[in-house]
Design a protein around this ligand. Structure first.
Ligand SMILES: C[S@@+](CC[C@H](N)C(=O)[O-])C[C@H]1O[C@@H](n2cnc3c(N)ncnc32)[C@H](O)[C@@H]1O
Length: 210
């Protein structure tokens, strides 16, 4: 992976470890920069990540996180987990878990949650439910899509249901960002109704606005 002047040292070290192992699925630098910015918006909160890999994305997150922000990431592969654990050994606000992504639930709720190795609903497994994982107004990032070129977005010629799930989720304000010519990511805010008196239904029995 090419190195750039603004890459934090921990990102470089993680990327080199991934390179030595021949691991090609580390976070793209453009995605990393986005993560760094988003982490900066979490003042004193909690950040979670599924799929640590060698810790490239996590290193970007840690670079952006302010004082008091804690970060937890989970990885199922023992070798990758061990490499990342060694890398982050001296970073006190970072916790690495070895196990299935669902183990990350123990550290929830999150102010920022990055799904990069489980919970995305891309395969046969159902996606996670934002209200079980995020604090109100928390941010969700689902990485690694091909930028959409039409609506609805398609995957292998069919509507991309995994992406549409996030873009249409009733608890999320979500959008797709194109970060590089062939790379897009979905960023969403978990929104909850404002507290206050219960609202009347907007529909009368006749179906007209009340
Ligand atoms: C795209 S890579 C992660 C890259 C990493 N986040 C980065 O920024 O460099 C996906 C990772 O998720 C891990 N993974 C896949 N399924 C998982 C699961 N069920 N639980 C935990 N980790 C999983 C894989 O072993 C792999 O290391």
């Amino acid at each position: 992976m090419a190195e750039y002047a603004d890459e934090p040292e921990l990102v470089r070290r993680a990327a080199r470890a991934a390179g030595r192992a021949g691991f090609g699925r580390s976070c793209h630098p453009a995605q990393g920069r986005l993560l760094r910015v988003l982490a900066g918006g979490v003042a004193g909160g909690t950040i979670g990540e599924t799929g640590t890999g060698f810790g490239v994305g996590l290193a970007w997150l840690a670079a952006g996180a302010g004082p008091g922000t804690t970060l937890t990431s989970v990885e199922q592969d023992p070798g990758r987990h061990a490499a990342a654990a060694e890398l982050f050994a001296g970073v006190p606000n970072v916790t690495l878990r070895h196990g299935d992504w669902t183990d990350l639930a123990a550290a929830a709720p999150f102010d920022l949650l990055v799904l990069d190795g489980g919970g995305q609903g891309k395969g046969a497994e159902p996606p996670l439910e934002p209200r079980d994982w995020l604090r109100p107004q928390g941010c969700l990032v689902v990485d690694d899509f091909t930028p959409m070129s039409s609506w609805p977005p398609k995957f292998r010629g069919e509507p991309d249901e995994a992406r549409l799930h996030w873009l249409r989720h009733p608890d999320l304000l979500a959008t797709e960002l194109r970060l590089a010519p062939g790379l897009a990511t979905v960023v969403a805010r978990y929104v909850t109704p404002a507290p206050g008196p219960a609202r009347r239904s907007s529909r009368t029995p006749s179906g007209l606005a009340g």
